[in-house]
Design a protein. Sequence first.
Length: 294
Amino acid sequence: MPMDSDWMVWHQNPRRPRYILPEGAVDAHCHIFGPEAVFPYSPARKYTPCTGSKEQLFELRDTLGFARNVIVQASCHGTDNAALIDGLKTAGDRARGIAVVSDTVTEEALQHMHAAGVRGVRFNFVRRLADPKPKEVYERIIEKIAPWGWHIIVYIEAADIQAQLPFLEQVPVPVVFDHMARPEVAKGVDHTDFVRFETLMENENFWTKVSCPERLTTQAGGHENYSDVLPFMKRLVNGYPDRVLWGTDWPHPNMKSHMPDDGQLVELIPLIADTYEKQRQLLVDNPMRLYWSS
């Protein structure tokens, strides 16, 4: 089945970044899509992407200079984590994974995923991409994954955080927010909404990915400097240097305004983490502690 007609295909020839990543750097947010003939998409999916295979992902990893990946199960594959597991087995210790599971997942399935490198599950609250479940479903999943030392990734938009806070604040495992919980960049970094998120990050159980400026920017058609998003990213790196992560989001699903060059995205890193120590925490120390310590 062809991809959605209004999607854009990921950049086919990203440049090698001028910025040299610290040794052992981790791309902590990327995906594998298909190929559909081998790993069919879920019949319940809300979108059909272009293929982004494990081979293409690992080629990008090497081109950009990363040592490792954290591969996040995409909602178009539903709870069938076969493409993710296949990619993890190919990468060996160079990748870890985030799965999507139901509350009926078995202990045997969790053991299989853990052995392959899965270290967490993703909860998607973005309604255009997935149908949020009752709180009790998430609680049953957390109860099952907690003994494995896993954490949860939360994909949510800024406007929906307040409603989910009572649930998120009582979660007994680490909580990682995708893409800074998608702030409304046009409001500015000092707006109450973002200040509220910064206050939320005072909770040491919460982490965030400072990622996806191409998805958050208000600049028409995109811009390689994403100057309107960088202040948000920098504030979080400076404020919570031991609980921030960075990722490409390759192959950039559902992009419609423009398609970023992943090499240019990497070159933004020293603009948001302005010392080597901050860069090493963001790209090496933090993801290694969260994903490779068990």
